[in-house]
Design a protein around this ligand. Structure first.
Ligand SMILES: Cc1cc2nc3c(=O)[nH]c(=O)nc-3n(C[C@H](O)[C@H](O)[C@H](O)COP(=O)(O)OP(=O)(O)OC[C@H]3O[C@@H](n4cnc5c(N)ncnc54)[C@H](O)[C@@H]3O)c2cc1C
Length: 361
């Protein structure tokens, strides 16, 4: 039986970032059940490099987003991965929302995102005259990147260091043998075993299922799926920065983002679903249009066309969870790292998550 030091389940941006980091010192394999890497959350997101303004101070989301942002900008610069530090406005449409902006600014400063500030009336008049807003915060360190190129750069780093990224390889189970794990996977309809001393669960939406197959805990972890739709805006538009409304309980609100070609898209909204299903339900477009019209009343809705959906991995329906990154002290299994609920800002945080795990292993 073949053996590696570290086997990582899931070749999304998080599994790949961890593999790239560890591959400098250890033999590493990343397995993914799909025929291509990054097919789930890692290619179904807003491609925004978040500043780290919203997250509770001291949370993993706060720490790993702020650190990940710095690492990601440097990584993009060094490896010529396309990105733009466009900045984003968080907009309030009335007096009550404006009070929330104050809280966001206070939290951002506590999170050491000290460059965020209220946009002056002159800036609002010059840059945001197409919006109907009361006031706005501007976050200059927010940006966008080409996440596909980022993923390719991680694979190149893994392979340069002798690591392997194996697609069409589905994790089935893992058993303990001495200090090692024997991992069973399915490749091309055949079962195959591999030994490893470290096992890392980065299976995104399936991470709770993978955990349930590894831990013999009778309390099974339940996965919740929160789907969001994106609509593409066809034609010319006045947007030059990212525009975000105030965040809500489940997400960051239906925001306006730009891709590197300047194409405008809106999303994602939030809808809890029972199983992983990316189908686009266009029947609720009116709610989506209403959310945008709150800050851009002159939106021509006939220009909005369905684009894609993404699904957030959640561990409960009711609150904004923090990232769950569990080591032996939590689950009692030595050599096993369990990552769950790596929703936004997981793309921004991915390099910092990798650094965090390397430091603790
Ligand atoms: C709608 C949406 C918008 C977002 N916007 C942003 C943003 O603008 N900025 C930001 O920083 N973050 C954003 N995020 C978050 C970011 O996309 C995710 O945090 C990140 O992509 C998570 O990466 P991952 O590797 O953990 O998961 P994934 O990319 O989902 O990868 C998990 C992988 O595990 C594989 N897998 C599952 N089960 C098995 C198995 N049994 N065996 C083998 N492989 C398996 C899957 O095939 C998949 O490839 C957004 C997320 C969503 C859903």
């Amino acid at each position: 039986m073949e053996k590696v030091d570290t086997l990582i389940i899931g070749a999304g941006v998080v599994g790949l970032a961890i593999a790239a980091k560890l591959s400098h010192r250890r033999s590493v394999i990343v397995i993914d059940k799909e025929s291509r890497v990054g097919e789930h959350a890692s290619s179904r997101n807003s491609e925004v490099i978040h500043a780290g303004v919203y997250y509770p101070h001291g949370s993993l989301k706060h720490q790993l987003c702020v650190r990940g942002k710095a690492l990601l900008y440097t990584h993009c610069e060094q490896l010529n991965i396309p990105f733009q530090q466009l900045g984003k406005f968080i907009v309030a449409t009335n007096e009550e929302e404006a009070q929330n902006l104050e809280q966001i600014k206070t939290r951002a400063h506590a999170n050491s995102v000290t460059d965020i500030d209220f946009a002056s009336p002159k800036t609002i008049k010059q840059q945001l005259s197409y919006l109907k807003i009361h006031s706005a915060l501007f976050s200059p360190s927010t940006g966008i990147l080409d996440s596909h190129q980022f993923i390719l750069s991680l694979i190149a780093e893994i392979e340069r260091n002798g690591g392997i990224v194996a697609t069409q390889s589905e994790f089935i189970r893992a058993e303990r043998l001495g200090n090692d794990f024997i991992v069973t996977m399915r490749c091309d309809n055949e079962q195959f075993e591999m030994g490893c001393s470290q096992l890392i669960n980065c299976a995104g939406l399936n991470a709770p299922d993978v955990l349930n197959k590894i831990a013999d805990d009778s309390d099974k972890t339940t996965a919740y799926y929160c789907r969001g739709r994106y609509y593409r805006y066809q034609g010319k538009h006045p947007f030059q920065q990212l525009i975000y409304p105030l965040p809500n309980t489940h997400g960051l609100g239906v925001h306006a983002t730009l891709d590197l070609a300047g194409q405008l898209k809106f999303g994602p909204d939030t809808e809890y679903i029972e199983k992983i299903d990316y189908q686009f339900d266009d029947s609720q477009k009116a709610h989506f249009v209403a959310a945008i019209k709150r800050y851009w009343p002159t939106l021509d809705e006939s220009r909005l066309t369905p684009d894609y959906t993404g699904i957030r991995p959640k561990l409960s329906k009711n609150q904004q969870n923090d990232f769950e990154i569990q080591f032996e002290t939590t689950h009692g299994i030595s050599g096993f790292v369990n990552l769950m609920a790596i929703e936004s800002p997981g793309l921004t945080a991915s390099l910092a998550i990798a650094e965090y795990i390397e430091q603790r292993l």
